[in-house]
Design a protein. Structure first.
Length: 291
């Protein structure tokens, strides 16, 4: 199936802010489907920045800072690893190239509407494998004196993708398998706050094709307050219009009732289930009452 033939029914989100973000992403996604060969094309000629801008500032704005150098993300990955009884995942970025489109400066710092493209390598290191990406991304936002101020719209495409396995036998087995042709693009809006929070309010849409077969998934993150967060994923093993699973967090730790909704992965039925969490610890109970 060609990507332009994709037709999906999107959910109607209860939170008006998330729904507004999703409406924008849907429009951009439809533009991509209609112009998929040209949508992710940076300007032929890069403009100059209106003032001196350090690569570190641009890395922070574009979300391409190594997880080891990002205290909030590092803590979140550590908490997630503890919940899964695994080693923390690490995100490593390299070879960034920035292409400014429009920017304004005040007192020698970025200030006002900002748009640029960035191309970079990203490595995601896990227990037994590492995933390697070459990504091209467009960033649109507003900044105040080099600091993010409000929503950040990120849209990107994976230019290359590969996996390396730490176990030689696994690597040999996977190398013997037929190569899969993959294609992936993403559209996401994240609400930047000062000071930043561990899990920012976000709506994220991803279109992935494996050997020409497309799937569309959606993730929403909503901050109830500075400590509590709700994450809902759609389309993981069911129609995009219905949730696949919902997880609650407190200060980055799973906290409350986690729900997996009934669905299908291929011909396999996914039964509904629940799991209770208290400050990142699993609890065996039929009454998940946590503060």
């Amino acid at each position: 199936m060609h990507a332009s033939a994709v037709a999906v029914a999107f959910p109607r989100l209860e939170d008006p802010q998330l729904q507004a973000y999703l409406t924008t992403l849907q429009g951009n996604y439809q533009q991509y489907l209609a112009n998929r060969n040209t949508y992710f094309t940076p300007p032929a000629e890069s403009k100059a920045w209106p003032c001196t801008v350090s690569p570190a500032i641009l890395a922070a704005i574009s979300g391409t800072v190594d997880s080891d150098d990002n205290p909030l993300q590092k803590k979140l990955l550590l908490l997630d690893a503890r919940a899964k009884n695994s080693e923390p995942v690490r995100h490593i970025f390299a070879n960034r190239t920035f292409y400014p489109v429009s920017a304004e400066c005040k007192n020698g710092k970025l200030h006002g509407p900002l748009e640029f493209w960035v191309e970079f390598d990203q490595t995601v290191v896990a227990d037994e494998l590492s995933s390697h990406f070459r990504i091209l991304k467009r960033v649109r936002t507003t900044v105040v004196q080099n600091k993010l101020n409000g929503p950040v719209l990120n849209e990107g495409i994976n230019l290359r993708f590969s996996i390396r396995y730490s176990d030689p036998d696994t690597a040999a087995m996977m190398a013997a398998q037929p190569a899969m042709k993959t294609h992936s693009v993403f559209f996401e809006t994240t609400l930047a706050t000062n000071p930043p929070v561990m899990q920012a309010t976000e709506t994220s849409l991803r279109h992935t094709e494996v050997n020409g077969e497309p799937t569309v998934t959606l993730r929403t993150i909503r901050n109830y307050d500075a400590k509590r967060t709700e994450e809902i994923n759609y389309g993981m093993f069911g129609p995009l219009a219905k949730p696949s699973y919902k997880t609650l967090y407190k200060e980055g730790r799973r906290h409350g009732l986690e729900i997996i909704y009934a669905g299908m992965i291929g011909d396999n039925h996914i039964p509904p289930s629940t799991q209770c969490w208290d400050e990142g610890e699993r609890i065996l109970t039929t009454d998940c009452t946590v503060d």
